[in-house]
Design a protein around this ligand. Structure first.
Ligand code: ASP
Length: 305
């Protein structure tokens, strides 16, 4: 499969690029219109952009965009996420700021927006990654709560039943993420997902693992990934982009292309990433037939499916 790089010049004092996952519309079947994806991406982009344009932080910007994507049931994150083998939504999310601090959750079941809980782990706890965080913690931290009814949609129940009837392993499709540089030059990344349909309960993908699904370092790069999570875990792909730039002096587009070609290509895996560099340059790198993403090009918000 060909690796493709979209290289987007910084045009403003801040930069934002978001994604709604690799392998989305095609593997999700015909039930969704492409229009729904375009509209969802645009709304999420605008939510993040409003914060950055107002001088807000990169962390606030990426979290606002990811929260909007989590609330939109067409994307595989938050409400409408794919379901684990027992029919439950077990959600993963992570955030990282360029000062080197991160927070993440896996098998999250009670926070309406897993990205908010990941952010709270970063801010409120002495830990980086919490598995199956209890509802009491969500309450204690004042984060919006939700029951399984909120997350589980008819579309995903049907999808799970079909996969189980076929005895097929679940396709990876979706995940949402955002990377940003704010007007002060700080970088941040956030990623959120339901993982893969019909996954084993308790399975942890790349999304909540710092360095695999999400990474940020001021002065270098912020990265958010999507695709076959096991390959991103084994290849530590988000950190690989950083390492190529920081230690090898490689440019942002070359580092993204090399990380995907090397780590996904050697595993024959499908996936993609978005990244923003220290000066605000942005990339979308794909080794997948589809990649939902949005960014601004001049006066236009570009959305791709
Ligand atoms: N990377 C996600 C996971 O493996 C799935 C995806 O991005 O489609 O959990």
């Amino acid at each position: 499969m060909t690796v493709r790089v979209t290289d987007i010049a910084a045009a403003r004092p801040w930069s934002l690029v978001i994604h709604g996952g690799a392998g989305g519309p095609q593997t999700d079947g015909a039930a969704r219109t492409l229009r729904a994806y375009h509209e969802g991406l645009r709304a999420a982009y605008e939510a993040g952009e409003a914060i950055l344009a107002d001088g807000g932080s990169a962390l606030d910007g990426v979290c606002a965009a990811v929260r909007a994507l989590e609330d939109d049931p067409v994307f595989n994150a938050g409400r409408g996420a794919v379901l684990a083998a027992d029919g439950r939504a077990e959600l993963d999310a992570s955030v990282m700021t360029g000062d080197g601090r991160a927070g993440a959750v896996t098998v999250s079941r009670w926070a309406r927006n897993p990205v908010d809980l990941a952010r709270a782990v970063r801010a409120n706890s002495a830990h980086v990654l919490l598995a199956d965080p209890p509802r009491e913690l969500v309450t204690e931290w004042g984060i919006a709560e939700a029951d399984q009814d909120w997350f589980v949609t008819d579309f995903r129940v049907d999808q799970l039943r079909t996969l189980q009837a076929q005895g097929a392993p679940g396709p990876r499709h979706g995940t949402v993420g955002a990377v940003a540089r704010d007007v002060g030059g700080a970088l941040a990344a956030a990623t959120s997902t339901g993982g893969m349909s019909n996954k084993a309960n308790g399975r942890v993908g790349d999304t909540p693992v710092v360095g695999a699904g999400t990474y940020a370092r001021d002065g270098v790069v912020a990265v958010s990934t999507t695709g076959e999570g096991e390959a991103f875990l084994e290849g530590v792909v988000a950190h690989d982009v950083y390492a190529r730039m920081a230690y090898g002096g490689v440019s942002l587009p070359a580092a993204g292309e090399q990380a995907i070609s090397t780590e996904l290509g050697s595993r024959n895996a499908m996936g993609a990433l978005i990244a923003v560099g220290a000066e605000g340059r942005m990339i979308v790198v794909t080794r997948s037939e589809t990649m939902l993403a949005a960014w601004r090009d001049g006066d236009e918000i570009m959305t791709r499916t």
